[in-house]
Unconditional design. Structure first.
Length: 451
């Protein structure tokens, strides 16, 4: 029994020591809260969002393809050196035995040494030049796709930021309602103790308080989910608290007229990408046509040739080469038909993209105007709630009101504030959606000011 007590005592000290050692480590591992404005979030989206990073790498790949296309127009240098010991059969070259007295068609083994430098330069290759132009068109397409990815990332992060901010505000509103229900329960309990109230009212207040506590848990879970979505999009630690600073710092201004949407949409990233794809197919068609033209190149080499490096003689050669395509079984014509079809395909896609983006922008403009009307109504209702709360406090100071009236007025103000916060968030989301649909979200992000 004594040994068992000693064992338990030793294990208890081990558990205590582990808790003492582990708790400071966990405390040190916790990250401090991050203060994040909308402009900072958008800047981080440009730098960290995965689709933007992928698009940037594709731009680098396109630049590399341009360098590859240029290489075929530049001088090509190479060098080689070889040393062989070989035998030959002269009969393989048409020399028959007995051609001369004492002539052996299988001479003894001999050494062969050769070392030289080669030069090749293309003088005229229209296909290579058109291939270079096509590579440049591909680079412009990659740049446009990077802009498209950046616009999508900015829109995504802006939406996630406002939704996370709104979820945080909603949690504060639910907690305000919880405080109201707790005050109501206190009033009901006091009235029951004084004989002015009933047990049913106390039970009812407890039920309302329990319901508000459940809503607090739900609101907190929603706020955490929205924060995690934003952190995942920006590459932030999942366990780091985010404090939002962009609240009343900006509201939409200067809503465009629906009559000028088509002109604004020409700079939309989706339309620019569609245009660049047409340009790329046109460049590839010109490249296929260039295959009909001849190619001219010069070749030269200089080096040493002999049996060994010590027994060698300098040799050289130079000359030109002209190659003309004549007939390749209809391959060229088939490729021209394919390239022309791709141009028509991408032109049709460009027209459809213009129509789709115009429809999206029109719907976004209607949604923005609707959100603007809701915001103005919510702003007026909040002003009313502020005045009602002030009136309730004045009545209590004059002895004409009660604490419960103030609690009710505060709850009414909290509801109006939450409605106004929801209207502001909806208004901002509608504006961001319009900027994205018009293809101006990158310009908007740059013009956005810090709070």
């Amino acid at each position: 029994m004594k040994a068992r007590r000693l064992c338990f005592s030793w294990m208890g000290w081990m558990v205590f020591a582990s808790l003492v050692l582990i708790r400071p480590a966990s405390a040190q591992a916790s990250l401090p809260p991050r203060t994040l404005s909308l402009k900072q979030a958008l800047q981080m989206a440009r730098e960290r969002q995965i689709q933007v990073l992928i698009a940037e790498e594709r731009v680098q790949q396109a630049l590399a393809r341009i360098s590859q296309a240029k290489s075929s127009l530049r001088p090509q240098f190479s060098a080689s050196a070889s040393q062989y010991r070989r035998t030959v059969n002269l009969e393989a070259f048409g020399i028959e035995p007995g051609t001369a007295v004492g002539f052996d068609v299988t001479p003894p083994p001999f050494n062969v040494f050769d070392a030289r430098i080669f030069l090749q330069q293309t003088l005229f290759d229209l296909t290579a030049r058109r291939r270079l132009n096509a590579a440049k068109s591909g680079e412009r397409l990659s740049e446009a796709e990077r802009g498209q990815a950046e616009a999508a990332a900015l829109s995504l992060v802006a939406n996630l930021y406002i939704e996370a901010q709104r979820a945080q505000d909603a949690e504060e509103y639910i907690r305000a309602l919880q405080r109201r229900e707790r005050s109501r329960l206190g009033v009901a309990t006091s009235e029951q103790s004084l004989g002015l109230g009933s047990a049913f009212r106390v039970t009812q207040s407890k039920a309302m308080l329990g319901s508000s506590e459940s809503r607090v848990v739900q609101a907190h879970s929603a706020a955490v989910e929205r924060r995690l979505d934003l952190a995942a999009a920006l590459g932030l630690p999942q366990d780091q608290e985010i404090r939002f600073t962009s609240r009343e710092s900006w509201l939409p201004t200067g809503i465009p007229n629906s009559s000028g949407l088509e002109a604004l949409l020409e700079a939309h990233p989706d339309i620019v990408v569609a245009k660049r794809r047409v340009d790329l197919q046109v460049a590839e068609l010109r490249q296929e046509k260039a295959e009909y033209y001849p190619k001219i190149a010069v070749n030269a080499d200089v080096g040493a040739s002999g049996t060994t490096p010590d027994n060698s003689t300098d040799t050289y050669s130079y000359g030109g080469q002209l190659s003309v395509p004549i007939y390749q079984g209809g391959l060229r014509r088939a490729r021209l038909r394919e390239a022309a079809s791709k141009i028509r395909e991408n032109e049709a896609q460009l027209d459809q993209t213009r129509r789709d983006r115009l429809a999206d922008a029109t719907r976004a403009l209607v949604s923005l105007r609707q959100a603007q009307a809701v915001y103005r109504a919510a702003q007026l209702d909040l002003t009313r709630a502020v005045q009602a709360l002030k009136l309730a406090r004045d009545r209590r100071e004059l002895g004409l009101g009660s604490d419960l009236e103030i609690v009710e007025a505060q709850a009414d103000w909290a509801v109006a504030k939450d409605t106004q916060s929801e209207a502001v968030a909806t208004y901002r989301l509608a504006w961001i959606n319009l900027e994205y649909r018009l293809g101006r979200i990158r310009q908007w992000a740059e013009e956005l000011k810090e709070p």
